[in-house]
Design a protein around this ligand. Structure first.
Ligand code: DGT
Ligand code: CA
Ligand code: CA
Ligand code: ZN
Length: 615
């Protein structure tokens, strides 16, 4: 079965190759606009197919070409290319396009997403004969690029940085991208006959922002059943290996998946082993040895008698090693083991494992967008869903402001208008819950089922650190977030000063996505982070942990530093649709990786307490 990802990859490469060809200067305008139209159509189709819940080949098998053209926004021309691919395994047009260039499209089309587009690649090919990624990297390193017309030192440096971060990220998947499929497989494994427990472990269980491969641990006395199922799942492209208790496969999204099946007596020790990370595991083994024990995935054994002392429960393994159970998100061998020691020495007297924020501790969300700007749904709809589907008690509507033209940002009047609309909506909600309480006679309008929409904004921090909305307007809003959306390439002092000036602004409550990074795509602007922490602490400015899985900004390491500096944090979804509230777990996971307690996170407070603690 051809998977959707494979088809969409081919379509994207076609778009890329057309764009490469299109940059001929002697083309007529008519040819050009034709090409632009085609490029867009291929990209749009690739997007649609990638996000389709049903398999394109299945659709084709049932309904033929007509079925393909009925998929939203897929035209007849591209549909017949897809038909060709499904029936013959290739597309003649694609083969021709590839023949006409010696550029390695398979490598270069990835770079478009990080800002090295076909135009740049074409120029570098014509001038320097660059054909693939390693040649491009070499040319940048040797300083051959900045001397070309239209390039500069800065551009050359940025190309090199981008290639390096691309190479680092290659083969690692964003936690949020793979989360749904990993959980689906976990549930299916759990439901198999003879399976007592099934869990996704490794870096996934540790909620690491990127995952290299996915590891499943299953407890069962009939490993063959589990391994046979695992090897024949519809997502499996290739079975790489199969042993008595282990199976390795490649999934059709490109990711490797490992499975280990153990009897229930070994489940706890295997869980400990396979959750990692490796250094944490190695440190535990050393502790075991120092206590006359031996630890491996099958159990914790007495070195003298070889008798098993623990293995079925993970807590027991930690306990017999003299340790409190350590949450998976903390298992990085970064000092957590010392805190977990039960035996108190003078040195460790006051040290304890932090009581981490829990996955159900958030009461509100302080960065939410509506369709007044670039959000996808109305304030009313996103608020209702926040309450009904996600159990939140409040959200702040923080739409973009005027300087971000791309998003049709709100100006002063627009913001005030929206704030009025929000207060009307709140009255409506109050009456609604009063009425429904009377009807159902379920008590006296407890604050539990009240919901509050807060007015707010995501204002732009301009190049000099000032904001694009005046303070007297901002002071009329409940929650003000400020963020850098422009001038990313200023020197570190300038960027830090911009953030500091914004933090010192009495109207700014929160700095949104403080470092501007996009995981695997963009490093973020340079910031002297400790300086920002110290000013944030002084000025009672909250720093955001943006929960969108491609940002997770602040990252774990910075969260831990922020907390040490007594900086308050907020975990926000940055939702542009209510489905995005589901991303909050990634923010909480990142916060737990940064050792955050409930009390470190502002939006674990009820709405009144939260508002009272803003500056
Ligand atoms: P990843 O896949 O790169 O995101 O990171 P992990 O942590 O999932 O690493 P992976 O898949 O290579 O292995 C899963 C766990 O198995 C790892 O976290 C710890 C354990 N493990 C793997 N290799 C070793 C090893 O050589 N020694 C020890 N003690 N543990 C290992
Ligand atoms: Ca792994
Ligand atoms: Ca693995
Ligand atoms: Zn937005």
């Amino acid at each position: 079965m051809i998977n959707n990802a494979a088809i969409s990859r081919v379509l994207r490469q076609i778009a890329y190759l057309i764009e490469l060809e299109e940059s001929h200067d002697n083309d007529t305008n008519k040819n050009k606009s034709n090409a632009v139209f085609k490029i867009r159509a291929y990209r749009r189709t690739a997007d649609v197919i990638e996000n389709l819940s049903s398999n394109v080949e299945e659709i084709y098998n049932k309904w033929k070409l007509k079925g393909l053209t009925e998929i939203p926004s897929i035209g007849k021309a591209i549909a017949s290319k897809m038909e060709e691919y499904i029936t013959t395994g290739k597309i003649e047009y694609f083969e021709e396009l590839k023949k006409r260039t010696s550029i390695n499209v398979d490598e270069f089309y990835h770079l478009e997403g990080i800002g090295i587009g076909p135009r740049t690649v074409k120029t570098l090919h014509e001038r320097l004969g660059i054909k693939d990624l390693s040649e491009l990297e070499k040319a940048a390193k040797e300083g051959k690029i900045h001397i070309l017309p239209g390039f500069s030192y800065k551009k050359e440096e940025s190309i090199l940085r981008k290639i390096q971060s691309f190479k680092k990220g290659r083969g690692r998947y964003l936690l949020g991208d793979i989360y749904p499929i990993v959980k689906q497989i976990e549930v299916r494994l759990s439901n198999l006959r003879g399976v007592k427990k099934a869990i996704a472990v490794g870096s996934f269980r540790r909620m690491k922002e990127t995952v290299g491969d996915i590891d499943y641990l299953v407890s069962s006395d009939t490993p063959e059943i589990v391994m046979d199922y695992f090897a024949s799942m519809p997502e499996v492209d290739e079975v790489i290996g199969k042993g008595p208790s282990k199976t390795f496969v490649k999934l059709n999204n490109g990711m490797d998946a490992d499975l280990l099946v153990v009897p229930k007596e070994s489940f706890g020790s295997a869980l400990q082993y396979f959750t990692g990370n490796k250094e944490h595991g190695v440190a535990l083994r050393k502790i075991a040895i120092s206590r006359g024990l031996r630890l491996n995935e099958w159990g914790l054994y007495d070195s003298n008698t070889d008798g098993i002392v623990a293995g079925s429960k993970e807590e027991e393994v930690y306990d017999i090693l003299g340790l409190e159970w350590i949450p998976p998100e903390m298992r990085e061998n970064n000092g957590e083991i010392k805190l977990a020691k039960k035996e108190r020495t003078n040195e460790s007297n006051n040290l304890k494992l932090p009581d981490l924020i829990n996955y159900n501790d958030l009461k509100g969300d302080l960065q939410v967008h509506s369709n007044d700007t670039d959000g996808m749904i109305s304030i009313r709809d996103i608020a209702l869903a926040a309450k009904e589907k996600f159990g939140l008690e409040y959200i702040a509507i923080t739409d973009h402001t005027k300087n971000l033209a791309l998003t049709h940002g709100l100006d002063e009047a627009g913001l005030l208008n929206q704030a009025n609309k929000i207060s009307e909506l709140n009255d409506e909600i109050k009456n609604h819950s009063k009425n429904s309480n009377n009807k159902s006679d379920s008590g006296s309008g407890s604050s539990n089922d009240r919901f509050r929409i807060l007015s707010g904004a995501e204002v732009n921090i301009l190049k000099d650190g000032s904001l694009d909305i005046s303070n007297n307007i901002l002071d009329k809003l409940d929650v003000v977030g400020a963020a850098i959306h422009s001038n990313f390439t200023q020197p570190v002092e300038v960027q830090t000063d911009r953030l500091i000036k914004a933090s010192k602004n009495p109207s700014v409550d929160i700095i949104f996505h403080p470092t501007g990074r996009i995981i695997n795509k963009r490093e973020g602007y340079p910031v002297k982070i400790e300086k920002l922490f110290s000013v944030a602490q002084d000025t009672n400015t909250i720093l955001e942990v943006n929960a969108h899985y491609n940002r997770l900004d602040l990252k774990d390491e910075y969260i831990r530093m922020a907390i040490q500096n007594d900086v308050k944090l907020a975990i926000n979804s940055d939702a542009h649709h209510y489905v995005h509230f589901a991303f909050l777990i990634f923010g909480i996971g990142q916060a737990r990786r940064g050792w955050a307690k409930r009390s470190d996170i502002l939006n674990t407070l009820s709405v009144d307490k939260m508002l009272n603690s803003l500056k």
